[in-house]
Design a binder for this molecule. Structure first.
Ligand SMILES: Nc1ncnc2c1ncn2[C@@H]1O[C@H](COP(=O)(O)OP(=O)(O)O)[C@@H](O)[C@H]1O
Ligand SMILES: [Mg+2]
Length: 253
């Protein structure tokens, strides 16, 4: 939920929709467990490799779902790849939030590198994931080794828009969420965790996040095998994703 002080940065249209927006449940904190977990765990342990893409708008609930998936299966069976690690270094061009650098446009991301790393992980080959620093908009020189695991979960706004990356998913999930809810969640996160000002978050949302969402993210939903709601109980989304994981034959790529 947006803090009361954050609300004054909302444009009139969002403020008006605040009353009408759906109830936002408290953030989920219970680790999911049902029979689907056991079924998938057995498949993964038997050598079944599955790549799950979790797409959707910023603030929709992608990372919550993606993290729950890898938490449930653990480090031995699963690994998580974040689209956010694959931003192109834009430190030389950056001139302020909502300025000339559009971080929400597909060209801000190195999908060729992401594709290469996902193909390696599919084949059981470990990778060195790049590090992107949100404070300086820089790709750091250090990388983080990531061991290939049977279940690879990929989290990102534009992973279903990218024609390079999209075919790699055995299960492509899109997390749907109303704009007003996504904005309030993003405002809170960027101020608290990314050192942004409310005014900067507001400007970036309306100049870049929203137009890019409408142009690229939302239309990419048509490529999803499964849509879940980013405001429903996490257990409900998990159950539906695990059904798909258990049912899919891995793509031969
Ligand atoms: N199903 C849900 N119900 C209620 N709150 C949720 C749900 N999923 C995510 N949230 C909350 O919404 C916020 C944004 O979620 P996050 O997963 O970080 O979104 P994204 O990765 O798509 O930007 C977080 O505070 C998270 O706890
Ligand atoms: Mg996220």
């Amino acid at each position: 939920m947006a803090s009361r002080s954050g609300l004054r940065y909302w444009p009139r249209v969002l403020a008006a929709s605040l009353n009408a927006r759906p109830e936002v449940a408290a953030p989920p904190d219970v680790t999911f467990e049902d029979e689907g977990v056991g079924r998938c765990r057995a498949l993964l342990a038997a050598g079944h490799r599955v790549m799950v893409g979790v797409a959707g708008g910023s603030g929709s609930g992608k990372t919550t779902l993606a993290q729950e998936l890898v938490q449930v299966f653990g480090d031995e069976l699963s690994c998580l790849v974040m689209q956010d690690s694959f931003y192109v270094d834009q430190s030389a061009r950056f001139d302020g939030d909502g300025g000339s650098v559009n971080f929400d446009h597909p060209s801000s991301l190195d999908f060729e590198l992401l594709e290469g790393q996902l193909r390696a992980l599919r084949h059981g080959v470990s990778v060195e994931v790049p590090h992107y620093d949100f404070a300086t908009h820089r790709r750091l020189s250090r990388t983080t080794p990531l061991q290939a695991r049977p279940l690879v979960v990929v989290d990102g706004t534009l992973i279903l828009d990218s024609a390079l990356v999209r075919p790699l998913f055995d299960v492509a999930v899109f997390v749907e969420c109303a704009e007003a809810v996504r904005f309030s969640r993003r405002l809170e996160r960027d101020v608290r965790e990314r050192g942004r000002t409310p005014a900067g978050v507001h400007k970036q949302f309306h100049l870049q996040v929203k137009p890019m969402h409408d142009e690229f993210v939302e239309p990419s939903k048509r490529h999803a095998h499964l849509c879940v709601a980013g405001t429903e109980a996490l257990a409900t989304s998990m159950h539906r994703v695990l059904e798909q994981v258990a049912a899919r034959q891995p793509a031969s790529l």
